[in-house]
Design a protein around this ligand. Sequence first.
Ligand SMILES: Nc1ncnc2c1ncn2[C@@H]1O[C@H](COP(=O)(O)OP(=O)(O)O)[C@@H](O)[C@H]1O
Ligand SMILES: [Mg+2]
Length: 401
Amino acid sequence: MPSDGKRNSRCTAMQESDHLFEKVLDLSENGLFLIDSERKIVLWNEWMVKASSIERDEAIGFTFSEVFPALAGKRVASVINAALDSRTASLLSRSLNKAIFPLFFAGGNGEKHRIEQSVTVKPIRSNGDDYCLVQITDVTSMVQREEVLKVLAKEAEEALHAAEDVSRFKSEFTSTVSHELRTPLTSIRGSLGLVSSGVMGALQPEVNKLIDIAYSNTERLLFLINDILDIDKIESGNMSFVMEAVDLMPLLKQAIEANQPYGDQYQVHYCLKEEVAQGIKVHADRDRLMQVFNNLLSNAAKFSSENSDVEINVIQKGGMVRVEVKDSGIGIPLKFQSRIFEKFSQADGSDTRKVGGTGLGLSISKAIMEMMKGAIGFATEEGKGTTFYIDLCLYDAEKVT
Ligand SMILES: Nc1ncnc2c1ncn2[C@@H]1O[C@H](COP(=O)(O)OP(=O)(O)O)[C@@H](O)[C@H]1O
Ligand SMILES: [Mg+2]
């Protein structure tokens, strides 16, 4: 039998350890309360006192449903029963945005705000008795952050929709304006051409010069508008192709003849070197193929040195035919080569550049070649010249349906 003195000192030690234990629980940043098998609350920490405004002596010794009458019959009550009866632990708030217990914190202006909670319910066995520990974590700031993120995500989505609308509007606007401009410009060009040709009567040389400038500027604008409309068609997937058997050599010769007057401006002569057998047919859209030839031939002349030849070779290889346009001009600078097929890209984009153009021709040519299941490429050496080539599919009547 322990003496009275010993018993007293053990009691004091236990009381001290209980006291220490309660202090530790009171310092916790979580809400903690313990329920015994009779559903009575036996521990209620300081966090709970503050958040629920229920003092310790109003909670301890009372049943869970007496303390939280509004929660009787709710899921939290059955989870607590399950923890005590069948010792099952539960995480109550699967989604964070839940305020299970009526708990509040005071805001800066003295207003009370509901605490968003994450609640775990755990069975505990001690000295043969069953308890249930309820632990509450304040997740208000996480929920608020989540809400802010949701708002931001919604705003970002709205901004994206607005940008898509603007882009659609821009494309429709470009197309409408370009169409509206093309008709009057074509008529202006026609009239200027007539006046300049002298059929309307002879003009003073100075006036004639001005008319010529106006004519060539109108023509430049028309080229730009046609290119923009083509890009618009490519990007909206509305460029239509009539794929057929195209007699290659006559079309190429026609392109060379049509471009020779332009070549003459740069004193460049086109010469068709290698020819494949007459009658060779490629699978292509005639007008679009002509457009690609026009761009490659005009580029070769623009970027050639004066009094030089541009060589055109046609080589057949397997089921493909390659058309090469070879100039001995300025070449393409290395740092520009990777961007050459991009829209509006020109090696010399300055206002003072000597030759005209939109920087759209190669980008359109590439799209056309890809849509005709062909290819476009180049080999170049700065200061020596450039060879552009296109690969076309041979027309095979059996394969093409
Ligand atoms: N044969 C070539 N030699 C040198 N540079 C070329 C040649 N062809 C094209 N380029 C470069 O590529 C750019 C883009 O060509 P392109 O898309 O046809 O537009 P544009 O002819 O309207 O300038 C040209 O401005 C030029 O800088
Ligand atoms: Mg061009």
